[in-house]
Design a protein around this ligand. Structure first.
Ligand SMILES: Cc1cc2nc3c(=O)[nH]c(=O)nc-3n(C[C@H](O)[C@H](O)[C@H](O)COP(=O)(O)OP(=O)(O)OC[C@H]3O[C@@H](n4cnc5c(N)ncnc54)[C@H](O)[C@@H]3O)c2cc1C
Length: 230
């Protein structure tokens, strides 16, 4: 089960973003503005910059997450997002003990598929341990470990990149595990920066469009029923 924790974030992220935005159009400095702004103005400015595409100001709010109990297949997708910082548990230095592999639900629910998958994984673990016993360096023994191997990663992203990641990775077309990670990250972001992330989500939610043109998608149909898309 994917575990995502928001370790830290820019204190008062929405006020920082709003002060940066306000300063662009003001003769006053952000230092003078930041504590003076009324809450409704903070919200109004954030909505304006998100709507107008003045997205660089969103880069002043930064969020750091610890992501655990995910597969290497999942983190491989995550680290493709380049406007971020990553620190991943190293299988070069950390010897794995009892390996609790990540099993996709599609495999878990088919008895025979689960059986052959589990057997292959058990064999990977056995070979990995044997290689280590034979004195093969950990950095080489790990070559036998599959995509299902669990890992931990710390990721830092700014709000602009997060909005982009949420568009790509919370879509129902995204792969199930990275989608689970992105959905949890979004849930945590909404708690601490509700205005920045109020329209965050797949393009159907954030922009009312479906780049996949899948108008039979359950999410699209749900939004259509609520009158939120045409
Ligand atoms: C459904 C899905 C399927 C995918 N399938 C594949 C696949 O089959 N094969 C594969 O290799 N990848 C695949 N990917 C990964 C995808 O191609 C991207 O590498 C990944 O989503 C990272 O997103 P990004 O490149 O938009 O932006 P990020 O790296 O998150 O960067 C954010 C934005 O910054 C800008 N940016 C960043 N770097 C540059 C740059 N060098 N030059 C110009 N602009 C830049 C772009 O505007 C970019 O959108 C898939 C992704 C998804 C969501």
């Amino acid at each position: 089960m994917v575990k995502v924790t928001l370790l830290k974030h820019t204190p008062d992220p929405e006020r920082v973003v709003a002060a940066a935005a306000r300063q662009c159009y003001s003769r006053f400095s952000a230092t003078e503005i930041i504590e003076e702004m009324r809450e409704e103005n903070v919200k109004r400015l954030i909505r304006m910059v998100v709507e107008k595409g003045h997205h660089s100001v969103l880069e002043h709010a930064v969020f750091t997450f610890a992501i655990e109990d995910v597969s290497r297949a999942c983190t491989h997708q995550l680290v493709r997002h380049r406007i971020a910082s990553y620190s991943q548990q190293s299988h070069r230095y950390v010897k794995l003990q009892e390996i609790e592999y990540i099993v996709p639900p599609s495999i878990k629910r088919v008895e025979e598929a689960y059986r052959i998958f589990s057997e292959a994984l058990a064999q990977c673990t056995e070979v990995y341990k044997k290689l280590l016993e034979m004195g093969i360096p950990t950095e080489d023994a790990r070559y036998i470990l599959p995509h299902a191997t669990p890992t931990k990663i710390v990721v830092t992203m700014n709000a602009r990149e997060l909005l982009h990641v949420f568009e790509l990775r919370t879509c129902l077309k995204a792969q199930w595990e990275i989608r689970a990670v992105a959905e949890k990250m979004l849930e945590l972001c909404k708690k601490v920066a509700p205005t920045i992330f109020e329209k965050a989500g797949p393009p159907c939610v954030s922009k009312g469009i479906c780049p996949e043109k899948d108008y039979k998608c359950p999410k699209w149909l749900e939004l259509k029923e609520k009158g939120l898309v045409n």
